[in-house]
Design a protein around this ligand. Structure first.
Ligand code: B1M
Length: 247
């Protein structure tokens, strides 16, 4: 968007004119706008920062990801609830829609690639969508296979997208055992150790995650982001150590 276009978005009475704010104040305002789920304002903030010469990756990490981190913390601490987080995630998506093609051009680093879906027989997707959006907010590349996903489709997508992580969701006691079927399918193909397997959903717990052979159980979306980020840091750390040992 050109400067003229940005300035032509006239603020209403009592509104803040984002274009008049300094970079620091604008970023702080974008944190507030994300928190309040204001998609138009977040998009406008992204446009303004880009027009001021910010790199897309800087806008992503310093404005959007940091803003979503604050949302994630308050969600974890019970200050924000599902509807508010979904609104914030939608505002984040609006900003991401502007940045995604620019990031693809500039090749911004991503902490990892995750294939996620709700397992076969299960159509619950609100929590899974929230997890996907929060992971995207943390910079992950998320490939969401939707609901009712069969083992062979998970496996095909992991290969197609060269994913690091498999994330599975289940909300029914009758569908959660299917997670084991997916893990066993990975084992049968000798692929289990290629992927970090994370599972979540209201009826699950840590013991169940262990039982199905997952790497970790994620209680909520904020934990999913934290756990996925930790696994990726460890994985990148051990890859670097291996390279150093070979050098
Ligand atoms: Co259904 N349903 N439902 N339902 N539904 C439950 C799950 C149920 C507990 C309600 C109840 O009876 N009290 C019950 C399951 C009982 C059981 O299995 N023991 C149930 C049932 C029985 C059913 C049907 C069978 C009802 C019927 O038709 N007779 C049917 C099943 C259809 C099917 O799937 N085959 C059904 C249908 C539906 C609706 C379509 C009406 C709707 C789903 C709409 C949708 O998702 N688009 C629905 C809903 C909304 C619910 C409840 C009320 C809410 C679920 C939800 O969205 N929670 C639910 C009761 C409940 O859980 N209180 C219920 C909010 C969401 C943010 O939380 O999904 O837990 P959650 O996700 C969290 C974490 O778990 C975690 O992070 C998320 C965000 O913090 N997480 C992950 C989740 N997935 C993750 C994946 C990860 C990481 C973390 O990967 C890395």
């Amino acid at each position: 968007m050109a400067d003229d276009d940005i300035n032509s978005v006239a603020p209403g009475e009592g509104d803040i004119d984002l274009a008049t704010l300094s970079d620091d104040d604008l970023v702080q305002q974008m944190f507030d706008d994300l928190y309040d789920g204001l998609s138009d304002e977040v998009s406008q903030g992204v446009d303004i920062l880009l027009a001021r010469g910010w790199e897309p990756y800087g806008v992503l990490t310093k404005a959007l990801v940091e803003g979503m981190r604050i949302v994630g913390v308050d969600f974890r601490d019970g200050i924000l609830f599902v509807p508010e987080v979904l609104l914030a995630a939608n505002a984040m998506k609006a900003g991401m829609a502007i940045l995604r093609p620019l990031l693809a051009e500039t090749g911004a680093p991503s902490p990892g690639r995750i294939v996620i879906g709700t397992v076969k027989g299960d159509i619950h997707d609100i929590g899974k969508n929230l997890v996907g959006m929060m992971l995207e907010g943390a910079g992950f590349e998320v490939f969401d296979l939707g609901i009712n996903v069969a083992a062979e489709d998970f496996l095909a997508a992991l290969e197609e997208h060269r994913a690091d992580i498999l994330g599975m969701s289940a909300l029914l006691t009758t569908t959660m055992p299917y997670m084991k079927t997916v893990v066993e399918a990975l084992e049968e193909k000798g692929l289990r150790s290629d992927f970090i397997v994370l599972v979540g959903g209201a009826p699950l717990n840590e013991a169940f995650a262990e039982h199905v052979g997952a790497d970790a159980y994620c209680r909520d979306a904020a934990m999913a982001v934290e756990i996925a980020s930790n696994f990726m840091s460890r994985r990148q750390g051990s890859a670097q150590a291996q390279m150093a040992a070979q050098a």
